[in-house]
Design a protein around this ligand. Structure first.
Ligand code: ADP
Ligand code: MG
Length: 401
């Protein structure tokens, strides 16, 4: 799939048309109050473009995981519609209906430039099953479909992919930005191209490692998964996270890197403790040891200072950097130093810097580096699948130019 080639809202005539937009309004709520409206704010450029160009805008999304009638009450999109109206300074209508008469009546009555939100599409179990009848019913609300929910683009659900079988389908600005920046980095990177991978388990990142090793000049491995690589090198790793079934895979990847001339950087020193912090952000006594000399009774929980400097120097020379996965147990301030050092290295770099993955993105935001990074992906699972080189159904279903 050529990600560069997807039609966007600017490639079609939306004037007077009913446009169904799949947004990512999956915001955090506490007692019915939105605690972070970032996702709503980010959806506005697409909605505003459509409304300003005379579209009759129908917004849909999922929110949470509604199962029964009780949990549905907590997953209503009513507060989202209200907040969107406040943020845009325009009326945003809301219906508790989804595909019934009331939703149709409201949609049909929309004037050009008017905006409405239908209720949470996951109130129908058919949504996540990508049921064709449900997708067709959703599609019948509108003339055009716009997907702007990158966070669910790796799911083939009715509102993220199925509707595209029945309507002309294009992407909004949020998806366009994600696929342009990440697509270019993978397909045509400015070199040197450096990937930094971390996080907990090798097994979670096999697809990413396998895809990136063919594309990068330098592959940096930190986080919990570094210990399986260190074990593959023959080092003892004490009580650190170790995925024994993946040692051979790590050996294969090291051999492949060698054969391809890809520089593979592993930690040279690590921060260890007697055990995993409990609670995760509680006080902890740590020492730094050589990566080749991890004591049998210690657990590696972050990269050490020498490793931070080594990794940062590789980032310094890069023109493209992709980062997925924290370097240590960053939830604990004592064990966040490696992750902070990498965020700082990306922030200081003039390269195109991209962060994908839920926890890595959260770490960059929490640590205050978001403004200095070229692109922090809005989709955790979706960005991982993108980095794995997989075809995302929510994007594959959109029309080519
Ligand atoms: P992402 O969501 O960015 O893809 P992951 O979900 O793969 O990242 O990994 C994030 C988790 O990895 C964090 O909760 C962090 O505490 C954990 N982690 C990082 N380093 C270690 C380590 N050395 N030992 C155990 N867990 C680790
Ligand atoms: Mg994660």
């Amino acid at each position: 799939m050529n990600y560069r080639n997807k039609k966007t809202i600017e490639d079609i005539d939306v004037n007077g048309k009913k446009v169904l937009v799949r947004c990512d309004f999956n915001v955090p709520l506490a007692d019915g109050v939105i605690t972070d409206d970032k996702r709503i704010r980010e959806s506005i450029p697409t909605i505003k473009y459509l409304a300003d160009h005379g579209a009759r805008v129908i917004l849909c999304s999922h929110l949470g995981r509604p199962k029964d009638e009780e949990s549905k009450k907590k997953c209503t999109l009513a507060p989202v519609a209200k907040r969107l109206g406040e943020l845009m300074g325009r009326e945003v209508k809301f219906t508790t209906d989804i595909i019934g008469d009331e939703a149709h009546a409201m949609a049909d009555a929309l004037k050009p430039g008017e905006i409405m939100v239908i209720e949470n599409v996951r109130f129908y179990k058919e949504e996540t099953k990508n049921d064709p009848d449900f997708a067709k019913a959703l599609a019948s609300l509108a003339d055009i479909y716009v997907n702007d929910a990158f966070g669910t683009a790796h799911r083939a659900h009715a509102s993220t992919a199925g509707v595209a079988d029945y309507l002309p389908a294009v992407c909004g600005y949020l998806i366009q930005k994600e696929i342009t920046i990440m697509g270019d980095a993978l397909a045509n990177p400015k070199r040197p191209f450096v990937a930094i991978l971390g996080g907990a388990k090798v097994s979670d990142k096999i697809g990413v490692i396998t895809n990136l090793i063919d594309k990068v000049d330098t592959l940096i491995i930190g986080g919990g998964m570094a210990y399986t690589f260190l074990a593959a090198k023959g080092y003892a790793v004490g009580k650190s996270l170790l995925d024994e079934s993946k040692i051979d895979y790590c050996k294969d990847m090291m051999a492949k890197a060698e054969a391809k001339g890809v520089k593979l950087l592993l930690p040279v020193d690590v921060v260890v403790a007697d055990s995993f912090p409990d609670p995760i952000d509680g006080p902890i006594d740590v020492t730094t040891v050589d990566a080749a000399a991890i004591p049998a009774d210690k657990e590696g929980l972050d990269i050490g200072e020498k490793t931070c400097a080594l990794f940062a120097s590789a980032v310094k020379d890069a023109k493209t950097v992709v980062w997925n996965g924290p370097m240590g147990v960053f939830e604990n301030p004592t064990l966040a130093k490696g992750t902070i050092a990498m965020a700082q290295a990306l922030a200081d770099s003039s390269a195109t810097t991209i962060v994908g993955g839920g926890d890595s993105a959260a770490a960059c935001e929490q640590l205050g580096f978001a403004d200095k990074i070229t692109h922090i992906s809005t989709g955790g699972g979706a960005s991982l699948e993108f980095l794995e080189g997989l075809e995302l159904p929510g994007i594959a279903c959109l029309e080519d130019k």
